[in-house]
Design a protein around this ligand. Structure first.
Ligand code: NAI
Ligand code: MG
Length: 352
């Protein structure tokens, strides 16, 4: 019996609706599979917790989390009660940074039965590997003077170590897919860091003679994601470029409610964290119509991370059977509730 110990943080808003749904699916999988068990521990860290305690998590929160094999998070944020920079930096960003989750991965694919906003999309299935620890998102820089003389300096940090590890991760991932890696660069406009990025990419690719590569400037790449997303397999990008590309990826799939993500710790010192792309969706909370697919697909990424790829792929196949059958929530054009969609997925798992 393989057992995985998972810390569950449903968080705020629809996080509390879609996390139970995805746990339901995971438990059904473990019932069917037999040899697999998910031992979950729930933490109520959220904006409500903040109102009560003045912090987003207890002082020893990170220590507590460090004992788990994975963190399964819903969404954080309730802007009416707590400013976003407090809730996000006090929980989500804190975990990403302190647990050295240096890679962020987000897949995007044309799902059966889900209408993409693209007019004639060919079957696309890509994954963006985003450097998650440095690059353009650095605290180095500053502001000086006021009025007409005011000035801001923002430094982007690209280390050989950080750049190379994101690229190697992308190449290793490509080995398990269609053996193609695209580098997102901008060495025609950004004078130092992007030529450096290109140099590292050219070095790293020598170690992967069986992987085909391409390199596009980020502006052209963004356009290609709209008019020819099917040409991509794995895309490796800096923190900022990856951030933008992955929102675009979620958009061309047809709803932010179906897009999954994971934050990967590579040195094995801390757990990785799995969370959907969407937020707490205050506008639909309590209505029972939140799309659980983003959270369920995120559970699939967690299974992949634990080496249970076969089971993860099965799960995604079932999700697509259900979307193809049109049993979907209103954000993707259906009438099903969160629980009806979840139940349909669980029933199909039981038939495996
Ligand atoms: P959001 O992703 O929560 O919602 C954007 C729009 O998409 C809304 O119209 C919402 O109803 C819809 N939507 C999102 N997820 C859906 C789902 N599963 N099913 C159906 N419709 C869905 O982004 P928003 O409104 O900008 O942020 C709300 C709160 O969430 C803020 O406090 C923000 O800081 C936080 N947030 C947290 C994130 C996280 O925890 N990773 C990510 C993004 C936002
Ligand atoms: Mg973003």
């Amino acid at each position: 019996m393989k057992k995985f110990e998972i810390a569950v943080i449903p968080g705020d808003g629809i996080g509390r609706e879609v996390v139970p749904s995805a746990l339901n699916v995971l438990n059904t999988l473990s019932e069917v599979h037999g040899g697999l068990q998910f031992e979950t521990t729930q933490f109520d860290w959220s904006c409500e917790y903040y109102l009560e305690h003045g912090v987003m998590m207890p002082e020893d929160g990170m220590k507590t989390l460090s004992n788990f094999e994975g963190i399964f998070l819903g969404a954080v944020g309730n802007p009416k009660l707590v400013p976003d920079h407090i809730s996000l930096w006090g929980l989500l960003v804190k975990i990403r940074r302190e647990f050295e989750q240096v890679i962020n991965i987000r897949p995007a694919k044309l799902m059966k039965g889900v209408k993409s906003p693209l007019a004639n999309p060919k079957d696309f299935d890509l994954i963006v590997v985003r450097e998650n620890s440095e690059g353009e998102y650095s605290e180095i820089g500053g502001r000086i003077h006021r009025g007409e003389d005011q000035l801001a300096v923002q430094n982007a940090i690209f280390t050989r170590k950080g750049t190379e590890r994101a690229m190697r991760y992308a190449f290793e991932l490509a080995k398990t897919r269609r053996a193609h890696v695209t580098s997102a660069t901008k060495s025609n406009g950004i004078f130092h860091s992007m030529p450096f990025w290109d140099d590292v990419f050219n070095d790293v690719k020598q170690d992967y003679p069986n992987i085909d590569t391409a390199s596009f400037h980020i502006d052209a790449l963004a356009a290609f994601l709209v008019d020819r997303p099917h040409i991509f397999d794995v895309i490796v990008a800096s923190n900022l470029f990856g951030d933008i590309l992955t929102d675009l990826g979620a958009a061309i799939m047809g709803s932010i409610g179906i897009a999954p993500a994971s934050n990967i710790n590579l040195n094995g010192k801390y757990p990785s964290m799995f969370e959907p792309v969407h937020g707490s969706a205050p506008d639909i909370v309590g209505k029972g119509i939140a799309n659980p697919i983003g959270q369920i697909w995120t559970a699939k990424m967690m299974l992949d991370h634990f080496g249970e790829n076969e089971l993860g792929n099965k799960l995604l196949e079932i999700v697509e059977q259900v979307t193809e059958a049109g049993i979907v929530t209103s954000d993707i054009g259906g009438k099903a509730t969160t629980s009806e969609l979840t139940e349909e997925i669980c029933n199909r798992i039981k038939q495996l």
